[in-house]
Design a protein around this ligand. Structure first.
Ligand SMILES: O=C1C[C@@](O)(C(=O)O)C[C@@H](O)[C@@H]1O
Length: 259
């Protein structure tokens, strides 16, 4: 991991430079299926791959399975594509329950496997107890940390979103990330306004998403406002509103070529 102002370099991908990076989530329920999905990724579509550990059956109760899954997917990816390991908690839209201790054990398993054969980055939710300590441990192991917050119910006002992004920065995030659910176009504007306000003088990449059909414009054009990465699906989507990664890439190229 190399950090330079608002840029973050992970293997062959630099977050925050030019067009937003495309992150493709893998949502398999077994290690074998996750590896197959990683092998099946079309060349050049994913700048980052996110392994959604909460979709892996039994992951919350089995840190060894988490370590094995991360290592197996890492080995299946091209060397230049960084791997982000994410266990999304059920309270923030994840696929399986985990109490605080189980969540901590999953993150600890990702951290224990850090290195060339492990993940490059780990997602840590801002609501995690002792979040700053968790972030510090991951960073000490050489992982980049995405500190995240997801609201699958609503979109907080722009000022509250900026405050969340600042708290993420203050607990040591390498990347600050917020995903919200908009109910009207004003919510979409609130998300974009917060993105712009935070990104204007941020010293690290920010990633923001408005989910659902209404929020799709933020997945396509969030880069204009400072969002450094956007999530696109290859096969199964991991969140509402996620579109096919190859089509997403076409739109990003169109926007980039016009600038
Ligand atoms: O947080 C995010 C963003 C996301 O929720 C989306 O809306 O695309 C998809 C998740 O896989 C990822 O962890």
């Amino acid at each position: 991991m190399t950090t330079n102002d608002a840029l973050l370099r992970l293997r062959g991908t630099t977050l925050g430079a030019g067009s937003p990076s495309v992150c493709v989530p893998l949502v398999a329920t077994t290690v074998g299926d996750a590896v197959d999905a990683a092998h099946a990724l079309p060349t050049g579509v994913a700048d980052v791959v996110e392994l959604r550990l909460d979709h892996l059956t039994g992951a919350a109760a089995d840190p060894a399975l988490v370590g094995a899954a991360v290592a197996a997917v890492r080995a299946a990816l091209p060397g230049e594509v960084p791997l982000l390991a994410t266990f999304r908690s059920a309270r923030e839209g994840g696929a399986q329950p985990a109490d605080d201790a189980a969540y901590a054990a999953v993150v600890a398993a990702v951290v224990a496997g850090a290195g060339p054969d492990g993940a490059d980055a780990v997602d840590v939710e801002l609501a995690t107890p002792d979040v700053a300590d968790t972030v510090a441990r991951a960073r000490a192991a050489g992982l980049a940390v995405v500190v995240s917050h997801h609201d699958f119910v609503r979109t907080p006002p722009a000022a509250d979103l900026v405050a969340l992004l600042r708290r993420q920065r203050d607990v040591g995030a390498d990347v600050c990330k917020v995903a919200v659910l908009p109910h009207d176009p004003d919510d979409v504007l609130a998300l974009l306004t917060a993105t712009r306000e935070f990104a204007r003088d941020a010293d690290r990449p920010v990633v923001t998403v408005a989910m659902g059909a209404l929020g799709l414009v933020t997945r396509l054009a969030g880069g204009v406002f400072g969002s450094a990465m956007t999530f696109g699906a290859v096969g199964t989507a991991s969140a509402p509103g996620q579109v096919d990664a190859a089509r997403l890439r076409d739109v990003l190229t169109l926007l980039h070529d016009a600038s």
